[in-house]
Design a protein around this ligand. Structure first.
Ligand SMILES: *Cc1c(COP(=O)(O)O)cnc(C)c1O
Ligand SMILES: [Zn+2]
Length: 420
């Protein structure tokens, strides 16, 4: 069946372009975005059709810029939405859910964007895929390239967490560690993209890549019984994820699958790389680039491509973009783990800590139906919490267990939380 996507359109001046590997407007250098025939989607995408679709992000293929029955399929998406009552109680909230996107094939939400980008890249007859990554994208591009037998080049900052380097190189792709930060890596990749006929998933096929994030909103609405929550909290790196979650809820209203509603969209950054949160706080219309310095490496983009759009959406929907300290990130990881059973990487620590801050400040009310997006797995950033854990070590002797563990007074009760 033909795609419902119609064209690419410049977000600044509105000029349209064909559905090719294009990402910036020739006239004003604005970013390009996919536009759809919503009448066509409305006719095609019924709740029944979606319910009978595959248990992956492709159940929403009607909303994505892919033209054939998608061949690229690692079964990304359709991750659990968990009611988080213990976390809610800890924060004085009543109606909180966690969208657990650690439950993806390479353990981050990047599998959504890469599935769509690679599908479109193969439709456009590219033979080589590549990316500039803060880590999770590298894992995902490598896995999707391996699964489809596509040659791949993955560019990462040289100081990336070792877990993320290993979980990329194991797929047998070319991993290039660049001595510089993400913004340096991205600049290099933009140069290479202009030389080589390669599909850089987050550069020249970025408009298609970005659409994959909408499926986080689609799934959440479906899992809530076809409605949008009141508030959401999502991490912000380039700002693409936040803007596309917003677009996802908007589209569901547009095609009549949910009652029209704009959730308040809240963004989360680490203080060590918080250009969008700073612009929000200072009431600026633009985002001033920064040099990142934070343990939340997957969010360490100092010059965020979609920063101004994220800023605009947070303001318009009554949301906020907030930042948290390194200590709060670690506390956030531990709080989420100890109240929900979900172990997240530093990005999820940022999100949980911002949720806690907004709840404490009354910016999120107890009765607000709130969804937080947990986008990556804790096994990817073990170092962040390695110093905070405690264990017992004994000989295999009952008396030692009784004395040194039970008798120590240090054994953790099931309810003992980080904050106590
Ligand atoms: C990439 C990433 C994000 C944010 O993505 P943007 O679309 O660039 O804002 C959030 N969380 C994790 C774990 C990521 O890897
Ligand atoms: Zn333009």
């Amino acid at each position: 069946m033909a795609t419902t996507a119609e064209s690419l359109r410049c977000k600044e001046c509105g000029r349209t372009y064909p559905l090719q590997a294009l990402f910036v407007c020739d006239y004003c250098f604005g970013p390009l975005e996919v536009v759809y025939d919503y009448e066509k989607i409305r006719r095609r995408a019924t709740k029944e059709r979606i319910a009978f679709g595959p248990p992956s992000l492709w159940r929403y293929a009607d909303f994505l810029p892919v033209s054939e029955k998608p061949a690229v399929d690692l079964q990304a998406g359709y991750t659990p939405l968990l009611k988080a009552d213990r976390l809610a109680a800890e924060l004085g909230l009543k109606k909180l859910w966690v969208k657990n996107d650690t439950a993806n094939p390479t353990h981050s939400f990047k599998d959504r964007v890469v599935s769509v980008a690679l599908q479109r890249a193969l439709e456009l007859k590219f033979n080589v895929v590549a990316c500039a990554s803060t880590g999770n994208l590298a894992n995902s591009v490598a896995a999707h390239a391996a699964a489809t037998g596509t040659e791949a080049y993955v560019f990462v900052p040289a100081n990336l967490e070792i877990q993320k380097i290993i979980a990329t190189a194991v797929y047998g792709v070319n991993v290039v560690k660049v001595r510089g930060n993400y913004d340096d890596v991205n600049r290099l990749c933009t140069e290479i993209a202009s030389e080589k006929n390669w599909a850089f998933v987050n550069v020249n096929v970025r408009p298609y890549y970005a659409e994959g994030s909408k499926t986080l909103a689609f799934e959440t609405a479906e899992q809530l019984g076809w409605r949008a929550p009141d508030k959401i909290v999502t991490p912000v790196a380039s700002g693409s994820l936040l803007t596309k979650i917003y677009k996802g809820y908007w589209e569901l209203g547009e095609v009549g699958l949910i009652r029209r509603k704009e959730p308040a969209i809240c963004g989360a950054q680490a203080e060590g790389c918080s250009p969008v949160a700073a612009a929000f706080k200072e009431g600026l219309e633009h985002v001033k680039p920064v040099k990142p310095d934070t343990i939340a490496k997957s969010l360490a983009i100092g010059n965020p491509a979609d920063g101004i759009f994220a800023l605009e959406i947070a303001r318009r929907t009554g949301g906020v973009i907030e930042s948290v300290s390194e200590q709060e990130i670690v506390d956030g990881i531990r709080l989420l783990a100890q109240t929900t059973g979900i172990f997240t990487e530093t990005a999820g620590g940022v999100t949980t800590a911002v949720l806690a801050k907004l709840a404490a400040r009354g910016k999120i009310h107890p009765q607000d139906e709130t969804v937080i997006y947990i986008t990556g797995d804790g096994l990817k950033t073990l170092d962040a919490v390695a110093d905070t854990i405690s264990t017992f070590e004994i000989d295999p002797v009952l008396a030692q267990f009784e004395d040194q563990v039970l008798g120590s007074g240090a054994a953790a009760g099931a309810k003992q939380l980080v904050s106590e």
